[in-house]
Design a protein around this ligand. Structure first.
Ligand SMILES: Nc1ncnc2c1ncn2[C@@H]1O[C@H](COP(=O)(O)OP(=O)(O)OP(=O)(O)O)[C@@H](O)[C@H]1O
Ligand SMILES: [Mg+2]
Length: 465
């Protein structure tokens, strides 16, 4: 077919019109995108600002509720105040998450780069989460590669925040088993920046593969039932991802349903100049920790002795730092190349340590060495005993004897009969020579701020020191 002469100019005209239309459409879309960006930024700015404004009064609510809990209240009032406190704390956590999220979205998050002690940070987290899992059948521990130095330069607050989110999740979703935090060097590059890889591995329910890539999106949770059971908003991981990106790192997860999950992140960090002397000890991987006798000989199974650690003389253990200033104490703590931890224990056939007590607390009576801890554990099993502290007390014939201070459980009254009953009870559940020859019922026991019984105070009172 021969084309019409007018056909081509017609088509050209149509095309030109289409181009003009498309151009104006593009312009309109660009404008819309700009507006959307501006709106998004305004929203994030607003959120960042408002979250901050809400945080201040929330802290007031929490502080005052805590004060109220310390006041005299009947049980119902106490229960309600407790509920207010829990809700207020949850709300504050949520607000903090929103604040962080919007701050990062609005490009307002700034890193605070300083030198910090990574080993100390990990240790603090372990202490924190070991308390948090006391009521759960979950063990939390850490493994740090021995060649990872203690000090790094980075934003420790934000790194901590990532750990808190990942450890928090791992513990939240794991009912039995373990949660391990690993720190590994993955690459020693030429310059002095090292790539550190952190892993949080749990033995929890795992995550189905089709859900893995969505987890780091805000407000995403694997299933609705977990939200009902565990709470949370699904912001934690998206904040982690943003923080890691801000620190020029990478974050990811490996998991299979039913086998647990490993969340990891890697950060390029520069080692700091600090030495690990001030921190907790950096022990060799193959450190020896036996139970030894007076002469430093390693004891066979089931024989009680001092827990000792072999230390390199040129590298004092952090725990010991203050002792160096007191030669007397140093002499008694370092014996025959061992550092004596001050704990008494025996090791059973399977290699488990059985704690007997602090060596200062051990009571020498009629030729036996008795650890207060064991007697206290026996006493506490008796229904009449709410709490007890066992110390040595002077005795004319035996030199010293075991004495127990007992706080009675509600509904029980101290009497001579009860004293006899408790003595018989301890004789039955431990060895006969371990029973407390003296028992005193008390209203309270002297304690440290962290709640540990101050046996030393009771013992000094007994001995008139
Ligand atoms: N260790 C884990 N094991 C199993 N599922 C996990 C684990 N960590 C995260 N998840 C899944 O990923 C979802 C998102 O986690 P994320 O931390 O973002 O939110 P969240 O913990 O639910 O709430 P938030 O952290 O805001 O309090 C969780 O709801 C859960 O379904
Ligand atoms: Mg979370």
């Amino acid at each position: 077919m021969i084309p019409d002469k007018n056909y081509i100019p017609d088509q050209l005209e149509e095309l030109q019109e289409a181009v003009v239309r498309l151009k104006s459409e593009n312009l309109r879309l660009e404008k819309l995108a700009e507006q959307a960006d501006a709106a998004n930024k305004a929203k994030s700015d607003f959120l960042a600002m408002i979250s901050h404004e809400i945080r201040t009064p929330m802290n007031g609510v929490i502080g005052l509720t805590e004060l109220m809990l310390g006041m005299e209240q009947d049980s119902k009032q106490k229960k309600y105040t407790g509920l207010i406190l829990t809700s207020a704390r949850n709300l504050l956590t949520l607000i903090n998450s929103l604040l962080d999220f919007s701050k990062i979205e609005a490009d307002m998050m700034e890193l605070d780069i300083t030198e910090f002690n990574l080993r100390k940070l990990v240790e603090e987290l372990m202490t924190l989460y070991n308390v948090a899992t006391l009521r759960k059948d979950v063990q939390v521990f850490s493994e740090i590669d021995p060649d990872v130095p203690a000090f790094f330069i980075g934003d420790s607050y934000r790194i901590r925040q990532i750990f808190v989110n990942l450890l928090g999740n791992a513990i939240k979703f794991t009912d039995v088993g373990s949660v391990v935090l690993k720190v590994i060097y993955t690459q020693h590059s030429d310059d002095d920046i090292k790539l550190l890889r952190f892993e949080v591995r749990d033995s929890g329910p795992g995550i189905p593969p089709d859900k893995l890539d969505r987890l780091f999106k805000p407000f995403t949770q694997v299933d609705a039932s977990s939200t009902r059971r565990y709470g949370g908003t699904g912001l934690g991981l998206s904040i982690c991802q943003k923080l890691v990106e801000l620190m020029k790192g990478e974050i990811g997860v490996n998991s299979e349903k039913g086998t647990g999950s490993t969340f990891w992140f890697a950060l390029p960090l520069k080692p700091g100049a600090g030495k690990s002397y001030d921190s907790q000890p950096v022990l060799d991987k193959e450190v020896e920790i036996p139970v030894v006798d007076e002469e430093g000989g390693i004891l066979p199974a089931n024989q009680e002795g001092d827990i000792a650690v072999r230390v390199k003389p040129e590298r004092p253990v952090g725990l010991m730092k203050e002792y160096w200033k007191e030669p007397d104490r140093t002499a008694s703590t370092f014996k025959n190349g061992w550092y004596l931890t001050g704990d008494r224990a025996y090791v059973d056939e399977d290699g488990y340590f059985w704690f007997v007590g602090r060596s200062d607390d051990v009571i020498l009576t009629s030729g036996y060495r008795i650890g207060p801890f064991e007697v206290e554990s026996a006493l506490i099993e008796h229904p009449a005993v709410a709490e007890s502290a066992v110390v040595s007390s002077p005795d004319d014939t035996r030199g010293e004897v075991v004495k127990a201070f007992v706080i009675l459980a509600p509904g029980f009254k101290g009497s001579d009969d009860l004293v006899t009953e408790l003595k018989d009870y301890v004789k039955k559940v431990t060895a006969p020579y371990k029973y407390p020859r003296k028992i005193e019922f008390v209203e309270a026991l002297p304690k440290t701020i962290s709640g540990k019984i101050r046996r030393i105070e009771l013992r000094n009172n007994e001995w008139g020191r």
